[in-house]
Design a protein around this ligand. Structure first.
Ligand code: HEC
Length: 166
């Protein structure tokens, strides 16, 4: 049965580029189901989760004075952990065929998103507001470094800095 199933996609491939071609990025070739492009991943998965981290650390100045943004409840910290896990997993999603642009800078920066997400998750788990603030700053620099290269078309910024080797 397995052999039979293999024949059908092979016949489709024959029409275009031959059955020996490496797995492509057409949805019919993939063992998973893409839900959208990089922009979709940014807008609906990565950015909302990152925003939640940034909104949960540091301070803001309001008309009433300075307000500490750290979560004040167990549920609040758990929700930040959740968002940090989403950020970390988004780094892996950025590496999926059809989303990944190359196996150089893109791959390195995507893996840095995984690390930054895990770092924020550990900070939230420890309920360490200072560590979460720093992890959020690091995460922001990783976002910006990818945009600099792949949106602005600039050279790779050296903003991942020494933290990259952590
Ligand atoms: C590995 C590369 C990469 C990383 C890391 C990355 N982005 Fe993006 N991002 C892109 C690309 C490429 C686009 C443009 C997509 C398009 O327009 O098709 C984009 C677009 C966006 C957009 C749409 C608006 C715009 O500026 O064009 C938002 C919002 C965004 N990213 C947020 C984030 C946030 C927040 C992070 C970090 C938590 C992040 N991105 C990390 C590659 C990346």
């Amino acid at each position: 049965m397995k052999r039979l199933l293999g024949i059908i996609p092979a016949l489709f491939l024959l029409a275009s580029c031959g059955p020996q071609e490496a797995p492509g990025t057409k949805s019919s070739d993939l063992p998973f189901k893409p839900t959208g492009d990089a922009l979709h991943l940014m807008e609906w998965v990565l950015e909302p989760a990152a925003d939640h981290i940034w909104d949960s650390a540091g301070e803001i100045i309001t008309a009433e004075g300075v307000r500490d943004l750290r979560p004040t409840t167990e549920e609040g910290w758990l929700a930040v952990q959740h968002s940090a896990a989403v950020v970390a997993e988004s780094g892996n999603l950025l590496l999926m065929p059809g989303i990944a642009r190359d196996s150089g800078d893109w791959q390195e920066i995507s893996l840095a998103i995984v690390d930054a997400g895990l770092r924020a998750k550990a900070a939230a788990e420890a309920q360490d507001a200072d560590a979460l603030f720093e992890a959020g700053g690091h995460l922001y620099r990783v976002c910006v470094s990818c945009h600099a290269i792949y949106i602005q078309g600039e050279a790779k910024p050296d903003i991942l800095g020494p933290e990259r080797s952590e």
